[in-house]
Design a protein around this ligand. Structure first.
Ligand code: NAD
Ligand code: UDP
Ligand code: UDP
Length: 315
């Protein structure tokens, strides 16, 4: 039964790294949460601690198929985010972004829900503009190994704006930059989890290329706060809006920080750079600061400590 005034929120990809933190936060805020996930890259372990909560509901479902539920808000996060996961079944990755967006937009249209899309800094590809602002159109290789993810997300943005213009949907598009924290999958292949797991095991730290490429790392709690603020922002604010931490580090610097914080004796080993790996990435978050009154609060050292603690306890 619906309780008056209690928001019913759908989180697709809710059993993933970011989705599980978002479900937790929404429950804390007093919402009813429906978590939809096909467990492609997420796990039940991520949300096991929420299953006893009567306001939490878990549904195994693939968003490439239609979904008929009644909700007030939709956070569309379903999509593998790590290159090894999204390149494992690239056709499914594109389908998840494109068919998934169509189905969730169709659902939002029918039930008049507000809908937020987790887009990505990857829409900028290997950028010629630095730092990246929302008005930069990007430089994506449409036929490369990363294209299933990048172009899928770009097409999802297109669909969001067309549903907004054509059907007057209330949309929010967030371009997320690299985010890390507890509940990243230990084998998920992303740089922060790889380096921490390797350092804790005393294994070599695998730097791809010469490690001079840069990324900007946002701690998960900061990112979740931004997503909530974006969903609650005025209806005339659609985004796209960059969400991330503007602190920019080379991958080598990251490796050195992880070694120092874990006290590990691991050495760096250098592997070839994967194709189409962007050279630099740093968000301009001026728009998020202005419209959402948001900026990240957790420094890289602080965030890494919390993440290391999580992995040291067994993940
Ligand atoms: P994740 O892989 O941990 O979570 C994605 C979740 O989506 C998983 O639980 C997975 O099982 C689920 N999923 C995948 N395909 C699905 C489908 N067809 N139907 C239903 N569920 C499906 O990744 P994450 O880091 O939590 O990323 C969440 C979202 O944020 C993704 O859309 C990702 O593209 C976006 N994003 C993340 C980052 C980051 O650094 N973490 C950066 C940019 C964008
Ligand atoms: N859809 C859904 N849930 C709903 C309503 C629609 O999953 O509650 C899906 C449905 O599969 C449809 C898609 O969303 O194909 C797009 O819906 P829309 O109404 O925009 O288009 P149409 O039904 O005309 O294809
Ligand atoms: N990377 C690395 N070693 C690893 C995993 C990744 O040097 O074990 C590099 C990767 O080549 C990229 C950066 O770290 O330059 C970030 O990679 P990640 O897969 O985390 O995210 P994305 O490339 O999607 O930003």
């Amino acid at each position: 039964m619906r309780v008056a005034n209690r928001k019913r929120v759908l989180v697709t990809g809710g059993a993933g790294f970011l989705g599980s933190h978002l479900c937790e936060r929404l429950l804390k805020d007093g919402c009813d949460v429906l978590c939809v996930d096909n467990f492609y890259s997420g796990t039940k372990d991520n949300i096991a601690h929420l299953l006893d909560n009567p306001r939490f509901e878990l549904m195994r479902h693939d968003v490439t198929f239609p979904l008929y539920v009644e909700v007030d808000e939709i956070y569309n996060l379903a999509c593998p985010a790590s290159p090894i996961h999204y390149q494992w079944d690239p056709v499914q990755t594109t389908k998840t972004s494109v068919h998934g967006a169509i189905n969730m937009l169709g659902l939002a249209k029918r039930v008049k829900a507000k809908i937020l899309q987790a887009s990505t800094s990857e829409v900028y590809g290997d950028p010629e503009v630095h730092p990246q602002r929302e008005d930069y159109w990007g430089r994506v290789n449409p036929i490369g190994f990363r294209a299933c993810y990048d172009e899928g997300k770009r097409c999802a943005e297109t669909l969001f704006f067309d549903y907004h213009r054509q059907h007057k949907l209330r949309i929010k598009v967030a371009r997320l930059f690299n985010t890390y924290g507890p509940r990243m999958h230990p084998n998920d292949g992303r740089v922060v989890s790889n380096f921490i797991v390797q350092a804790l095991r005393g294994e070599p730290i695998t730097v791809y290329g010469d490690g001079s490429q840069t990324r900007s790392f946002c701690y998960v709690d900061d990112l979740i706060e931004a997503l909530i603020r974006l969903m609650d922002s005025p209806d005339d604010f659609t985004g796209p809006v960059n969400l991330g931490n503007p602190g920019e580090f080379t991958i080598r610097e990251l490796a050195e920080k992880v070694i120092a914080l874990t006290g590990s004796r691991s050495q760096l080993v250098f592997h070839p750079l994967p194709p189409d790996d962007p050279v630099r990435r740093q968000p301009d978050i001026g728009l998020a600061r202005k419209v959402l009154g948001w900026q990240p609060e957790v420094s890289l050292a602080e965030g890494l400590e919390k993440t290391i603690e999580y992995f040291a306890k067994g993940g």
